[in-house]
Ligand binder design. Structure first.
Ligand code: ATP
Ligand code: MG
Length: 561
């Protein structure tokens, strides 16, 4: 999509106003600031597309900033996964930055704050401090340590840094206003003691800054012009500005925090904490399980970066939270795969068909178009022989006129092949149909130019030749949660809504052209859906994922209900 032609979103309006009021385009700079405490999910994709999209629109640099101020939850594995995911989505960051790179600077600024009489060491328990906080309508009570001398504060803060205290013994608080209507301004904590090794600074530090004493400062150091975050940070904006007031100098650009609504997707959860729970409790096989709404899960499932970006562009950004239906994401996945995925034939629930008038032992290779949406995709050959598989669902002994598939006495066309007619069928002892006997019309071959080849029959079926078929594992996925908003129930935990049937493994029979498929390849199994080769595949044992069915069966179900 040409970004210049789209109408502006409200963040772009803010930027346009700033440009009119004195910012130059060179002042613009953005960042995407993940905390490396989990894998990125589809909600982050929105934030990535917003920030990097602004970078593209204005030709401005965008930093990737790791907000790594809490060593208890952060890991290098997550840093690596985040970088991989942002790159895979198709974006390039200007600088790779870390809040931890600023620890010394943040400490020095905190020391200055103490010297200015704007911060103090509090030695109460967290419970005591919570009690003094007051309520939104009642002012808080000052800590008995609020008026410690600068000297004592400096000494204690240094001792905190040097590891002389245990966790929770002391914290550094900003001295702002215990009566502020904004509870976050009632002497917020800036530093706490944590005796935890950090994935980058190791044991260099045992005090760590809080988000509010790191984020705006990071923005300032990197000279980010617009620091975009989700709405839950709206009440933090006043504190963000207060912290900047303490350090901004005239000749430097002052970052602005602006907020947009978090994106939620139906039938799933988008919170790293909740996704981690799914991983830890073994509900899924890992962060990249194809059922996960993580970027790595969607990649493994066969979604394309283009589809995810188009989805993010379509929903845009909002000022209020809402839930976007997952079928809109699936629509974009189908829309893109329709253009790029080669068509192949695969049967997932086989019923054997014997073509009784086709000579035994003979075979022929029929020409098949790879992608009607893309001429350059060319053609391939598919083998035809006396015994083929069709889908069980595509045959009935008897059916009404609206059943355009195969029934006794009826005709269908085999995709890329001949017209066949069902003559009889065989059943097992329980009455299940186990084989259908058909005859074929040798003159009706697709594309042969004969009158019979042009003859119209109502149904066209996909099929594979039994003796040429490759049997593979095919993983059929359904939604991970049965409920559209699993984490929005007050009385129930989201885990109660896990769909026990979200994964169903079947054996599929594939046309032999797929024998050389490699991990990541995406195809359309005709009439069934889009599939890709899973990372569990080996050259002897292919595993396919169903990326998305051809049609949205849920939408129909939900309309009925
Ligand atoms: P989670 O609750 O999943 O841990 P988070 O907000 O704590 O999310 P961060 O790593 O701190 O995750 O987020 C990085 C950036 O992505 C932030 O600017 C955040 O506001 C944004 N972001 C996170 N979740 C969403 C979402 N669902 N929709 C839009 N933006 C999001
Ligand atoms: Mg977070």
């Amino acid at each position: 999509m040409d970004t210049a032609e789209k109408s502006l979103n409200f963040i772009e309006h803010i930027i346009e106003d700033d440009l009119r009021e004195g910012y130059s385009e060179d002042d613009l700079r953005f960042r995407f600031p993940p905390e490396p405490n989990g894998y990125l999910h589809v909600g982050h994709a929105s934030s990535i597309c917003l920030n990097f999209g602004l970078g593209l629109r204005y030709g401005a640099p965008v930093n990737l900033r790791f907000d790594d101020t809490n060593p208890t939850k952060e890991e290098q594995e997550y840093v690596d996964a985040i970088k991989r995911d942002v790159e895979w989505l198709g974006f390039r960051w200007e600088n790779e930055c870390y809040a931890s790179d600023y620890f010394q600077q943040l400490y020095d600024w905190a020391v200055q704050l103490i010297k200015d009489g704007k911060a103090y060491v509090d030695s109460q328990t967290s419970e005591e401090m919570a009690e003094q906080k007051g309520t939104p309508t009642e002012p808080g009570v000052a800590s008995p340590y609020r008026d410690r001398s600068v000297e004592e504060n400096l000494r204690l803060f240094e001792d905190m840094k040097n590891g002389d205290f245990g966790e929770g013994e002391h914290v550094l608080r900003a001295k702002i206003d215990m009566a502020s209507p904004n509870m976050l301004m009632r002497d917020p904590i800036l530093y706490r003691v944590l005796h935890k090794a950090h994935h980058r600074t190791n044991t260099d530090w045992c005090i760590y800054p809080m988000y509010d004493w790191a984020h705006g400062q990071g923005d300032y150091i990197e000279q980010v012009s617009h620091s975009l975050c989700t709405l839950e940070f709206l009440p933090h904006r006043e504190l963000y500005d207060w912290c900047l007031d303490q350090l901004v100098s005239e000749d430097k650009l002052r970052p602005k925090q602006r907020e947009f609504a978090r994106r939620n997707l139906s039938h799933t959860v988008v919170s790293k904490r909740k996704l981690l729970k799914l991983v830890e409790e073994g509900v899924v096989s890992g962060w990249d399980d194809p059922r996960m709404p993580t970027i790595s899960g969607m990649r493994r499932r066969g979604y394309t970066p283009e589809a995810i970006r188009n989805f993010a562009d379509t929903i845009g950004i909002a000022k209020r939270e809402n839930v976007v239906d997952v079928s809109l994401l699936e629509f974009h996945v189908r829309d893109h795969l329709n253009k790029i995925a080669p068509r192949v034939m695969a049967v997932l629930d086989p019923l054997k068909v014997v073509i009784t008038n086709y000579p035994e032992g003979e075979e022929e290779w029929l020409e098949a178009e790879n992608n009607p949406e893309d001429e350059s995709a060319g053609f391939r050959k598919v083998p035809f022989s006396r015994e083929i598989y069709i889908e069980k669902d595509d045959f009935r002994e008897e059916a009404n006129r609206k059943f355009f598939r195969l029934k006794l006495g009826g005709e269908v066309r085999l995709k890329n092949g001949y017209i066949i007619k069902a003559e009889s069928c065989t059943k097992d002892e329980e009455g299940n149909i186990i084989e259908v006997q058909c005859t074929y019309d040798p003159m009706s071959k697709s594309g042969s130019g004969t009158e019979e080849s042009l003859r119209k029959v109502k149904g066209t079926l996909h099929w594979v030749s039994v003796k040429h078929a490759i049997a593979t594992e095919v993983r059929m996925y359904d939604r991970l949660f049965n409920d559209p908003t699993p984490d929005a129930h007050k009385d129930k935990d989201f885990m109660e809504f896990v769909n026990p049937d979200s994964l169903n493994k079947v054996t599929g029979y594939l046309e032999p052209s797929l024998k050389d498929a490699v991990i990541g390849d995406r195809v359309q199994f005709q009439r069934l859906g889009y599939f890709n080769v899973d990372t569990d595949s080996t050259s002897d044992n292919l595993v396919f994922n169903r990326t998305v069915p051809l049609r949205d069966t849920w939408a129909k179900l939900e309309q009925k209900n």
